[in-house]
Ligand binder design. Structure first.
Ligand code: PMM
Length: 283
């Protein structure tokens, strides 16, 4: 599949750096609400090796309040516009069709929808008309909602397959669609690990797969009690390398530097395995 956001290496997954412009984000405390600071943080993420900046104005963490789409647009659009003007590949993390439409008009190349287009009936039309990439995350309802599964991987795969078919009926080209298992969204640690461990079953659907494990609770559960949020960045980077091995199209992370290093290690390992000398394949 064609790179949506460039890609600093031909084989490794793209790195989507997270830029939350929410006042209540659990990871950055909303400290990037101000446009200038958001731009500075995005620039830093690019310098650290991000290929795409994923901008979100509404927190999707469990228990977070829904916000008015007007407020969402007020937060995200100036940042989208500025980054797009600087030729930085931008993804807009929204479930609102109106926000997606305006972000695309402002230069966003990807619409990242944690509801896979289910939350807003207008979303598919916006994406079909614009032709940008669409991340359809697996979603059974609001984050934090309990969901029960038999074989979680089989069920998520089948539900994603149905979603893809519906999106195609709604006018999207199959090449536009990226899928995402939706780690932590109505899924417990066991579900998340099954989805990661059997990621090739999702890759087998023939679409790019985005993995969003960064700093999520199931990674914190592997750390000593009381560990700081930042300590989840090392397990996140390990997941990035393993996701590369499993054929992921992109990883969505807060700490770009750690994932860049992990993916560089994975790439060197693969070159070693395939007998490719550095001069044949770049750095
Ligand atoms: N997770 C969050 C937000 N957006 N988008 C995609 N495609 N996949 C995810 O797993 C995902 C997402 C919640 O995490 P955050 O609050 O740390 O951004």
């Amino acid at each position: 599949m064609e790179a949506a956001g460039g890609g600093s290496d031909a084989w490794a997954p793209r790195i989507m750096g997270i830029l939350n412009v929410t006042p209540d984000s659990f990871s950055d405390g909303g400290s990037y609400e101000d446009v200038g600071r958001a731009l500075a943080h995005a620039t830093e993420l690019m310098e650290q090796g991000a290929d795409i900046i994923d901008i979100g104005g509404e927190s999707t963490r469990p228990g977070a309040e829904r916000i008015d789409p007007e407020d969402e647009r007020r937060r995200v659009l100036p940042v989208v516009r500025e980054l797009a003007d600087r030729r930085i590949p931008v993804s807009i993390d929204t479930v609102n069709a109106g926000t997606a439409a305006e972000a695309v008009a402002a230069g966003a190349l990807i619409v990242n929808d944690v509801s896979g287009g289910l939350a807003d009936p207008g979303m598919a039309e916006v994406v079909a008309d614009s032709g940008v990439h669409f991340v359809a995350m697996h979603w059974r309802g609001a984050a934090g909602l309990e969901a029960s599964y038999g074989d979680v991987v089989r069920e998520v795969r089948e539900e994603l397959r149905e979603r893809i078919a519906e999106l195609v009926v709604a006018g999207l080209r199959p090449e536009q669609i990226i899928i995402d298992p939706g780690l932590g969204f109505a899924k417990d640690a066991e579900h998340n690990w099954a989805l990661l461990g059997r990621l090739p079953e999702l890759v087998g659907l023939g679409h790019g797969v985005l993995v969003g494990a960064s700093r999520k609770r199931f990674l914190g559960a592997l750390l000593p009690e009381g560990a700081a949020m930042r300590e989840r960045d090392a397990p996140t980077a390990v997941v990035s390398a393993l996701a590369a091995q499993a054929g992921a199209w992109a990883v969505r992370v807060h700490d770009v530097r750690a994932t860049r290093t992990a993916l560089d290690v994975w790439t060197a390992w693969e070159r070693g395995r395939l007998g490719i000398r550095p001069e044949e394949g770049g750095a």
